[in-house]
Design a protein around this ligand. Sequence first.
Ligand SMILES: Nc1ncnc2c1ncn2[C@@H]1O[C@H](COP(=O)(O)OP(=O)(O)OP(=O)(O)O)[C@@H](O)[C@H]1O
Ligand SMILES: [Mg+2]
Length: 570
Amino acid sequence: MKSNRLFFYFSLYRRKFVIIFLFQELMIILSLINPYITKLILDRAYPDKNLRLFISYIFSIGFVFLFMGLIRFFLNRITQNLKASIDFKLSNDLFKHLQNLDLNFYQKKSTGQYLYHFNNDIKLYVDFMVEVPIKLITLILNLIFIILIIFKINSKIGIFCLFLFPINYILNNFFKNVLNHTRRQQINILQEINKYICDIFNNFKLIKTFRKEEYEINRFINYLREKIKNQLKNDKIIRLFELLSSSINKILFGSIIFYGGYKISKKEFSLGNLSAIGMYLGQLFSIINQLNDLYKTFTLREIIVSRLEDIFKIKSSLYKANQSEYFIKEGKIEFKNVSFGYNGNLVFNNISFSLTSKRIGIVGKSGSGKTTLLFLILRLYQPEKGEILIDDININKISEDSFKKDVAIALEEPLLFNDTIANNIFYGLEEYRTEDRLLWAAKIAKVDDFASKLKDKYNTNLGQGGIKLSKGQRQRISIARALIKRPRILLLDEATSSLDSDTEKNIIENLKKELKYTNIILVSHRFSAIKEMEEILFLEDKDKIIKGKHKELLENYLPYQKFFYEQRIS
Ligand SMILES: Nc1ncnc2c1ncn2[C@@H]1O[C@H](COP(=O)(O)OP(=O)(O)OP(=O)(O)O)[C@@H](O)[C@H]1O
Ligand SMILES: [Mg+2]
């Protein structure tokens, strides 16, 4: 598993890692002392009936336990602290990374999958990072110490102990593949469930209107069944593994004790030695169990670490180098031999046009690429060929901040946060969030018509996705949010489609009046709004885009005429 990120975090928090490691080592050394003191009690203090020696040994054991308790306390504190730091950094990095990816990425994954990454993967990643390496090193060192001590007490028993490793290794390997498979399945199922739940809560209106509650309950039960079936299968394998390994290890332990007892009866071995070996063996088996657990964790977390790493590896396809601040002046938009498509299906094939008017209308059949065209101007997608220019500057050279200041869009589907009307409108504005500005935007977009009548006015909470408003009202908020920053270019993508013609006309007139210096690009199916625009862009085909005034096109261009009358009839 190659992971630069893991190493990056290691080096970032290396001091804490080293401190934890040293504390762990100290714990190990301390844990090796008490069996030895027990041996001394049995071999020295007990046969000599030396009470002072006995008491001092007992006190030493007590002192070691106390000291270990204290160290454990600090160790846990530092470990939790380290985990919290990595969790914070990793969550932050992941969020930042996801925010910077382009639209294409978001269209491939569902909300549920992101939730899963944030809720589960990060925690597992952090646990993996902090626990596995430190535990692995300390356990191995501990193991070496114990084996050396056992060897020192009795070399035959020491050799016997060495058999434990190949046996456990074979067992682990045998179970590894089966376990990995069921675990992968388990993660996939959990992710599917998350995805499903998010989908359900996002589409609850659909479920209610189609009376699909019963159907969805059954779908959910099926998911749960699958999850539990897999969980039990996974558990069965783990328990079987535990049963086998602990039985084998216990048989070995029993044989060693039996051998020690035999040696005592022959007076070749002291009781103290046997008791110390018994205690060290206890520790040895506990280490082997922990190593087995670690191995299981390792195989599972490897899946999680690589999943997160895979997300970090995704790069934004958008061009971000050599950009600089630019304040849009004329707002002239030009497409030069642009080709663009989704997954190989071209929407535009080598198209060129230039838009110089302040008021532009875009028309074309559904699916002809109107939204795509706006998204290309917004630089949410990158053309496959050709270039897009604003004021004769390639838009790739304009900084994100300039785009943020100067270009705004209102979409047909008004996307709103579960927040107040005011905050939803202010979302479009970075600074100068004054009430005057809010009212100014709200009046232009005719939000004020309904907001001023609400009990809490602009502080009314809109509920999830703006559920408490009609679609036309939500569209008006979405327009206010786009215009509040007085952009130099305002894109309206069927943003008034749910409004009655009068309100639509009113808003467009307001926009023209109040945003004199803004270039407005209006996508609409309604010719009542379009024909008022100075210049029309007609998306006839993927390689044919026609520009002209509405009247001229209607008189002289047959396909436009046809399109116009079809729209009017429908
Ligand atoms: N994210 C996407 N992935 C794949 N194909 C897409 C994607 N978005 C749009 N398309 C396809 O690109 C074409 C143009 O879509 P676009 O949304 O730009 O059309 P439109 O003119 O805005 O249509 P409408 O009038 O219905 O809003 C369509 O054929 C559509 O299926
Ligand atoms: Mg569209």
